[in-house]
Design a protein around this ligand. Structure first.
Ligand SMILES: [Fe+2]
Length: 298
């Protein structure tokens, strides 16, 4: 059993780096972290050095990172995954530096989503210098695509400490690795990809202020404002450059009594199963997974 401590980051490839950075800073509100690494821009939302790295090149998601406790946990995870038949690569010094982690490994899930397990992700103590006051409090969750969410759950639950919090039929599996209702989700999609990344905001007012801001700036709203019955979070999803979907949300449920929580199943065809406020439902845009990997086995 590999214990995931937290989500760490998403790396995304972009053909137009400056346009993607402009959106991430001026629209989403993230802080651009100063860096001397050519072609890579790190974006910060909380104590993590960054939670999003935009990498100039082909458009598509590169990898999603999760933290494990320490070097020993990472080595155990590496041997465990190899024993189970996964092809695992080690991050070299440059790859680790670019991720601001001490070390890490990379491998594909059974659907082709590129995952990275890392340890000692750098933290920054200075307050985040948000580009605009969106009210972001933290990198909340990340959501991957897979053709079969039940198979995806088998993967996450048999190898990792991920537990299902709720199902949306065959359409989504919402999973927790700590008391937050979901820090990880898998949505049904044709192939591997990044469904969206989420930023928690401080209040319902931030969700609605942000919604108005996005509309005023001509940003495509994909869904919301609405409220998810599973997590009780009030959300708005919107589309960034190169098919990258962002979400702001407020008020995610915490499951403090883990043992007594019984996962529920919601029928996606039932009105209110995705948005309790009965707004229009849309499958948000996913960014496809890239397969020319940055980290390959030695
Ligand atoms: Fe979400």
């Amino acid at each position: 059993m590999i214990e995931l401590k937290d989500i760490a980051y998403v790396r995304s490839g972009v053909a137009d780096l400056e346009a993607a950075v402009r959106f991430a800073t001026e629209i989403v509100g993230l802080q651009r972290v100063a860096s001397d690494e050519p072609g890579v821009v790190h974006l910060r939302a909380d104590a993590r050095h960054h939670c999003l790295a935009l990498v100039e090149g082909r458009s598509g998601v590169i990898s999603s990172g999760f933290t494990v406790a320490d070097e020993d946990a990472l080595a155990l995870a590496e041997s465990d995954l190899e024993r189970r038949g996964f092809v695992v690569g080690r991050l070299d010094a440059l790859a680790a530096r670019s991720r601001r982690v001490r070390s890490g490994i990379a491998f594909d899930d059974p659907f082709g989503n590129r995952l990275e397990l890392v340890c000692q992700q750098q933290a920054i103590t200075r307050p985040v210098g948000f580009t605009r006051p969106a009210g972001i409090t933290e990198f909340g969750h990340l959501c991957l695509d897979a053709p079969d969410v039940h198979e995806a759950y088998r993967f996450w639950n048999s190898h990792f400490n991920a537990r299902v919090s709720d199902w949306i039929g065959d359409a989504a599996c919402l999973m927790r690795i700590d008391p937050v209702h979901h820090k990880l989700a898998v949505f049904r999609g044709d192939g591997p990809g990044l469904c969206h990344i989420n930023f928690q905001v401080a209040s319902i007012d931030d969700v609605f202020r942000n919604w108005h801001f996005l509309v005023e700036h001509g940003v495509e709203i994909e869904m919301g404002p609405g409220r998810h019955p599973q997590s009780t979070a009030i959300f708005v999803y919107f589309l960034g450059p190169e098919g990258f979907t962002y979400e702001y949300s407020f008020g995610v449920r915490r499951i403090e009594d883990d043992a007594s929580w019984v996962p529920r199943t919601f029928d996606p065809a039932e009105p209110g199963s995705v948005d309790m406020w009965l707004g229009p439902i849309a499958r948000t845009t996913s960014q496809p997974q890239l397969h020319d990997h940055e980290v390959v086995p030695a």
